[in-house]
Ligand binder design. Sequence first.
Ligand SMILES: NC(=O)c1ccc[n+]([C@@H]2O[C@H](COP(=O)([O-])OP(=O)(O)OC[C@H]3O[C@@H](n4cnc5c(N)ncnc54)[C@H](OP(=O)(O)O)[C@@H]3O)[C@@H](O)[C@H]2O)c1
Length: 304
Amino acid sequence: MRILVTGASGLLGLNMALEASRQHEVFGSVNNNVIKTTEFTVIQSDFTVPGALERLLDECQPEWVINCAALANLDACEADPALAEQLNSELPEKLANYVAKGGARLVHISTDAVFDGKRGDYTEQDEPNPLSLYARTKLEGEHAVLTANPQAIVARVNLFGWSLSGNRSLAEWFFNNLSAGNSIRGFTDVFFCPLLANDLAKIILRMLELNMQGLYHVVASECSSKYEFGVRLARLFNLDESLISPALVSESGLGAVRSPNLTLNSDKLRSELGDSPPDLKAGLEQFHAQYQNGYPEFIRKMGK
Ligand SMILES: NC(=O)c1ccc[n+]([C@@H]2O[C@H](COP(=O)([O-])OP(=O)(O)OC[C@H]3O[C@@H](n4cnc5c(N)ncnc54)[C@H](OP(=O)(O)O)[C@@H]3O)[C@@H](O)[C@H]2O)c1
């Protein structure tokens, strides 16, 4: 397949492009970050420039488009609502319209943060209630995609992994701080079910192969608090878990509002895949194995 991965310099997009390029011809779009790799074809494209997306699509002629581009930083969205709207809502709509016309397939990546986190274990039928501008614009993007192209896949995800900058994911944040001997806080009142980016990428590719359509919760089979996640990571890497103090997000003073319980129910995915997504233990062990095999350096070298 000819696959376009947008946001191929991001945490998910880069790992997605690398996983996909094992079996497919992959084009990865980047904006500010430069990537040097022979694994896939890198194309620079700023989607805020009029006509840029259309030129990219014409150049790649993709059969599958996996949209990992976004303004995914909560505080950046609050600081620039117009940009958040453009990248998180309008861009997915344009992609959905493009694929609806040409017969390509689209996967649009969304977020667990569309829920307010008051309850947890949300299914695809539960009503979202986004609290932040980021979450609101992401929910608009979901609606726009499924309205323009009901055959598209919208995947609500949460993830961790090794990134180009070395500090994009929560797992890297725990790893970097614990390795440096820094005391940090871990939230005991924020729950999530993150997948390793590479496992998430493999599941998304499988969903495309199986011709799935519509809205799915694509998360790990097991959930935890962010504190527990950090402690489990520390134990695997043999780092000092006592550097992590249990803390409450409500008392953290973080800018944008965070939803506390973002655990998602992935039964729909599980039954259609005929398999369970990896649990946290498997994801963290794989993250550790990647570290031992030099994967973080392999990734970071692409940015130099
Ligand atoms: N990270 C998480 O924990 C998490 C959790 C839930 C859901 N998600 C969702 O997962 C998806 C991927 O997130 P991520 O964490 O991988 O994001 P990320 O690391 O912030 O990457 C964002 C990507 O979008 C690109 N981009 C930004 N502005 C652009 C523009 N004007 N034109 C073209 N490309 C642009 C960036 O390119 P440059 O870097 O080259 O500028 C980068 O490749 C998003 O839809 C996000 O909402 C992420």
